[in-house]
Design a protein around this ligand. Structure first.
Ligand code: RBV
Length: 491
């Protein structure tokens, strides 16, 4: 049992004895995360996050562990949960809870996450990131919750907004991304919260200075909230930094999709037919990875621009109905709902593999499949299920239709997450220090910060950047030190 452990009530993870293994992984990951490590060096003296109480909900992986300890190194206090029931690496969670006893991680951070939660457990873990009573008691302070949120997918930010609305009106907003069962869980949670303190969320929400959001789906949900004039504080959209969506979404999935397929199925991808629904940044990386393995890749799109891109990149672009019988590997990367339905699945080849890499588990209608008369489920190994259909044919569903690159593998690799998470650090500093200037709304970081994140990753790859001469800078009308592109440039 590790020694410098938090009080056992203060965290909820699989097994603290995994901390030593987790610490080794964190140490190796740090060498692959130059952006985060140089932001620590740059800001550790000034402590720009001193006084920040960050409640985070983002996959509790080794990479996220390095992010959390960067926040601590910059002065923040942190409480953490995962944004997905399958995406935690239990050894990373353990290492964070224990801390390393070094100046970077002097003591443990409360984590509420383990791989393989129920939905009830997931929501109760999110709720626990909002309960800062232990910290308040220890510090003799009178706060009850966090003053900053960091979210991936929007559930934590939504919980706070929903909590306020529920306390005031008893209403639960319909969330398309949640199942009926999840609506019921959130309602129960809010009812219990209201019964114990009718003003709990109305106390927590006004203390929140700002937030940051990691992923495409979360940003979309927040924009809707802002459009309905319901957003309560400024949020920084990390996803739309070029050094996030043009890297993590594309090159990250290029690594972790194939990693997940291999670990889950061990089936050869070369020579097979793969189908990628959605040719956004994640779809582009997915298609490239599958083609790189030698698959013949078919793409589906609803957006004519992305469809044309896919065609000019050399992919067949088709509707699922026209090719469903021929496909070996299905990948959904749309952020939309019911992209693959039980009717599609009924026509699939024997042992076709169904993978979702979009944020929510509603892209493939697994619930509908499970409820189809005559369909039976055989668990092959953790997060690999065979569904046997009345036809006698089977399909393999990975991670129950949730993000399989995090469920069946360990998510994106450290180097690319360093770019994403450098944006998270800059976003938290920006929102914490400049919330009043930002104002309530959904904002992106400046281009100069985006370029800074890229710069922080060049040396590690041996990249030697060319500098503008004075003559050239004048000729193109750009400052020598950037920013080099207008907000209209698309990379
Ligand atoms: N993602 N995190 C990891 N290894 O920690 N891998 C992927 C990791 C994030 C990625 O930024 C994406 O936007 C989000 O998971 C979707 O939930």
């Amino acid at each position: 049992m590790p020694t410098n452990l938090l009080n056992e009530q203060a965290f909820k993870i699989r097994d603290v004895n995994l901390a030593t293994e987790g610490r080794h992984h964190i140490r190796l990951a740090q060498a692959e995360m130059p952006g985060l490590m140089s932001l620590r060096e740059e800001h550790k003296a000034a402590q720009p996050l001193k006084g920040a109480r960050i409640a985070g909900s983002l996959s509790m992986t080794v990479q996220t562990a390095v992010l959390i300890e960067t926040f601590v190194a910059l002065g923040a206090e942190v409480r953490w949960a995962s944004c997905n029931i399958f995406s935690t690496q239990d050894e990373a969670a353990a290492a964070i809870v224990v801390g390393s006893g070094t100046p970077e991680a002097p003591k443990g951070v409360p984590v509420f996450a383990w791989k393989g939660q129920t939905s009830e457990e997931y929501w109760s873990c999110l709720e626990r990131t909002l309960d800062w009573s232990a910290e308040a008691a220890a510090e003799g302070a009178d706060f009850t919750g966090p003053n900053m949120l960091l979210d991936d997918g929007g559930d934590l930010i939504f919980l706070v907004h929903q909590g306020v609305i529920f306390e005031q009106s008893g209403q639960l907003l319909q969330q398309q991304s949640w199942t009926n069962h999840e609506h019921e869980i959130v309602r129960n949670l809010l009812e219990a919260s209201k019964a114990s303190d009718p003003k709990r969320f109305q106390t927590i929400a006004p203390a929140i200075i700002g937030a940051s959001e990691e992923t495409t789906t979360g940003v979309q949900r927040l924009r809707e909230l802002a459009a309905e004039d319901q957003l309560l504080f400024p949020v920084i959209n990390v996803n739309d930094s070029a050094t996030k969506s043009k890297f993590d979404n594309k090159y990250g999935i290029r690594h972790s999709l194939v990693d997940g397929l291999n670990r889950a199925t061990d089936m050869l991808i070369g020579g097979k037919v793969a189908f990628v629904a959605g040719y956004g940044d994640v779809g582009k990386g997915s298609a490239e990875a599958l083609r790189g393995q030698g698959a013949r890749v078919i793409v589906s799109e609803i957006d004519p621009i992305c469809a044309l891109q896919a065609a000019l990149d050399g992919y067949q672009v088709a509707q699922i109905e026209d090719v469903v019988e021929t496909v070996d590997f299905f990948v959904t990367a749309t952020g939309n709902v019911n992209v693959i339905t039980p009717a599609h699945i009924a026509k699939m080849k024997n042992l076709a593999v169904l993978s979702n890499v979009g944020h929510f588990d509603n892209e493939i209608d697994v619930l509908g499949l499970a409820a189809t008369p005559g369909v039976t489920k055989v668990n092959i190994r953790p997060l690999v299920d065979e569904y046997v259909m009345p036809s006698g044919r089977s399909v393999l569903v990975l991670s129950e239709g949730r993000v399989m690159n995090l469920g069946n593998a360990t998510g994106h690799p450290s180097f690319v997450m360093s770019a994403s998470f450098s944006n998270q650090v800059l976003a938290q500093i920006e929102a914490y220090q400049n919330a009043a200037d930002l104002g309530i709304g959904v904002h992106t970081l400046s281009r100069i910060l985006d370029e800074k994140v890229a710069r922080l990753h060049l040396a590690a790859l041996g990249v030697k950047l060319t500098e503008l001469t004075t003559e050239q800078a004048k000729y193109v009308g750009l400052p020598k030190e950037g920013p080099y592109k207008s907000d209209l440039y698309r990379y």
